[in-house]
Structure formats: C-alpha cells, structure tokens
Design a protein around this ligand. Sequence first.
Ligand SMILES: NC(=O)c1ccc[n+]([C@@H]2O[C@H](COP(=O)([O-])OP(=O)(O)OC[C@H]3O[C@@H](n4cnc5c(N)ncnc54)[C@H](O)[C@@H]3O)[C@@H](O)[C@H]2O)c1
Ligand SMILES: O=C(O)C(=O)C[C@@H](O)[C@H](O)[C@H](O)COP(=O)(O)O
Ligand SMILES: [Zn+2]
Length: 367
Amino acid sequence: MSIVPVSLGDRSYDVAIEAGSLDGAARHLAPWLKRGRAIIITDSNVAHHQLPRLEASLDGLERHVITLPAGESTKSWAQLEALTDRLLALEVERGDHIIALGGGVIGDLVGFAAAILKRGCGFIQIPTTLLAQVDSSVGGKTAINTRAGKNLIGAFHQPSFVLIDPSVLDTLPRRELGAGYAEVVKYGLIGDFGFFEWCEANAARLLAGDAEARVHAIATSVAAKAAIVGDDERETSGRRALLNLGHTFGHALEAETGFSDRLLHGEGVAAGMALAFRYSARRGLCASQDAERVAAHLRAVALPDGLAAAGIAASGETLVAHMLHDKKMAAGTLAFILARAIGNSFVDKSVELADVAAFLNAETRSS
Ligand SMILES: NC(=O)c1ccc[n+]([C@@H]2O[C@H](COP(=O)([O-])OP(=O)(O)OC[C@H]3O[C@@H](n4cnc5c(N)ncnc54)[C@H](O)[C@@H]3O)[C@@H](O)[C@H]2O)c1
Ligand SMILES: O=C(O)C(=O)C[C@@H](O)[C@H](O)[C@H](O)COP(=O)(O)O
Ligand SMILES: [Zn+2]
C-alpha cells in the first residue's frame, strides 16, 4: 500500500492507495467508526457497481446507506437539504465520520454536508472515479453548484482519511475515465514536464486499465496535489490557484451547457487547458508549439481541445460573462492560470476580459 500524507497541522491525513483495498475497508476505516456504525453516501451507479464490496467488508457493523441520483445536478441545494435532513435523522454527531463513496459529485456534496452539519462533523473519502482519485478527494474543497455558477456555495473542510482502490475503475465508463485523465495530465502541465512526457507515453496504457500505470498516475497526482495543498490550503498565497489551470475557461463551458452530461467537468477542463495554452501563446507568453503539443495529446486521448470539440458555439462575451462569478475574481480583476511552457504554469492578474472574449471569438471563427 502506498501512503501519501497531506500535511496540514491538526488537519493532516493520509491518502492510502492500493488495488483491492475496498475489500479490506473495515480494517482501514476502524479508527473512525468508533460507534460501531457506518453511514455511507453514494450514488445510484456506484451503489450498483461498488457498494456491495464495501458493505461486505463492513459486515458486522450497523450500516446505513444513502443513495443519491448520479450526475452533476446532484451538487444542488435540494440534494444538500435532503442529505442533511437524513443525516440529522440518523443523529450524526460532531465526532462521527460519514463516508463518501463515489466520484467528485458525491465527494464534494458529502464533504460540504459534513462541513455544515452541526457546524462540522468528520468524513472519509472513498473515491471511485479516476477524477476523484487524483483530485477531488484530496484537499478539502467541498461545494455545490448554483444557478450563478460552479462550486459557488461551499467550504474548505478536509477529510480525515482517503482510501483509494484503483480496481474500482474497472467498472467506470470510458468517457468518465477520459474526463478524469484531464485532471491527471493537468499536473504535468502545471509543473512537471517529465510527468507530461510520461502521460504522452503511457496514456493509452492507463486508459486501457493497466494496473501499474494506474497506480503511478494516481500516486504522482495525489503527491503533487498534497504538496500544493500543504503549502496553500485555502488558495490565499496563489500556489493552489495553479490547480485551477483550465478551470476558468472550463467552468464557463460547463455553465454554458447547464452543468449537464453534455460536457463533463474533466472534458471542460481539457478544453479549458488547451484554450489556456493557446491564449498564452497569443499573448506571446509561451511557444505556439507547446500549445499545439498539448492540444495534440488531448485529441489523442479523445478529449476536447477547444470550443468546437467541446460543442460550444456561444460568443466570447457570453463565456466571459460566466467567468465574472469565478472565485479567483478580486477587486474586479480575474486571475488566469496561464503558461510559459509545458510544466511551467503561473497566475496572471493582468488579463483583460475583453481580450479573452476577442480570443474566444477568434477561436470560434477559426474552427
Ligand atoms: N473538490 C475538488 O477539489 C474537485 C476537484 C475536481 C473536480 N471536482 C468536482 O468533481 C465533479 C466531477 O467528479 P466526477 O468526474 O468523479 O463525476 P461523478 O461523481 O459524476 O462520477 C461520474 C460518473 O461515474 C459514475 N461512477 C462513479 N464511480 C463509478 C465506478 N467505479 N463504476 C461505475 N460508475 C461509476 C457516477 O455514478 C457518475 O455517473 C465535478 O462536480 C467537479 O467540480 C472537485
Ligand atoms: O483543488 C483545487 O484547488 C482545484 O482547483 C482542483 C480542481 O480540479 C477542482 O475542479 C476544484 O473544485 C475547482 O475549484 P474552484 O475553486 O475553481 O471551484
Ligand atoms: Zn477540476
């Protein structure tokens, strides 16, 4: 089993990674299930494919399973209200730990419910998508979406433990695997050119389910995220904002598609990263060959490399209007994550939104 520590003082925790660990979950979770019961929140797909493994492992404990609808629309006020009502009815106490078994949707919603239930109870992440294993289960960003945009209501609330079993990815649909891969390659693009090269060479193996490639991608991603989060837990120094590469564009595309299955989060991030690199090249910050290399890799793994591939026909002005709700907005200026090269991203606070709109309009015209 490989263990990646997330070092945050009294909020520190471990991320444990091992194929098959879901079947031995009881042993790993025992320190947090002191009252002899497990409250598991999951979604309908995960309940079908992976919940039986967790339940079998917890045989002998009192178990309560709350199954929510699958999909992004579950990150909503309505589902949050229904979930917190159920948790209150189960008399969850502050010292209890509830279990999020699912992808980023379940993890973000359950984490937020845990943050506000009785002003905060504990929670454990058992991520079941590639995206959740490499990104959303680590770092304590929890949230729901609102009509105004993505993740606009939420809290920083760290889990107490993260248990990653790469074998659960065997039942994940290929499209979801690809969406999660976007957040994997993001770590290479942010600050690790060597890992980007590894991605170019091994993406096909990873997406085909190779066990060794999975563990390498997950452990490298989690270690990269843990280092950034340990340094800038609440995105105040600017370092954590790097994890938002592709997200200012991507969240606008997600908003434009109504947070629906038309464009998955990771697909929006992929298109957004290609746009961030091309915009960097347009501004003379990075070589256009780097932007083309990024786009070529995304196309090679069947991820969208821009607006047209993401199915977006909206004007630049419309997309920029979505960006005005971005949480990186400060005193009327929106920080963008741009790149000097592959593996060398940075936060740019000098971007003019009118220029971004013009760039996006040019992108649409040239596609
Ligand atoms: N908190 C963070 O730091 C962070 C980071 C990245 C993304 N996110 C958020 O995560 C969300 C996206 O997460 P996601 O891509 O995991 O989506 P998701 O949770 O909707 O899961 C994707 C789909 O896969 C199904 N599924 C999950 N595990 C499965 C399995 N093992 N086998 C079969 N089906 C399975 C789900 O039911 C769902 O239909 C977005 O809301 C995004 O904003 C948060
Ligand atoms: O952990 C972070 O920090 C990230 O930015 C990771 C992102 O992949 C993730 O999608 C996150 O939820 C986006 O955060 P937001 O602050 O832009 O809503
Ligand atoms: Zn993301």
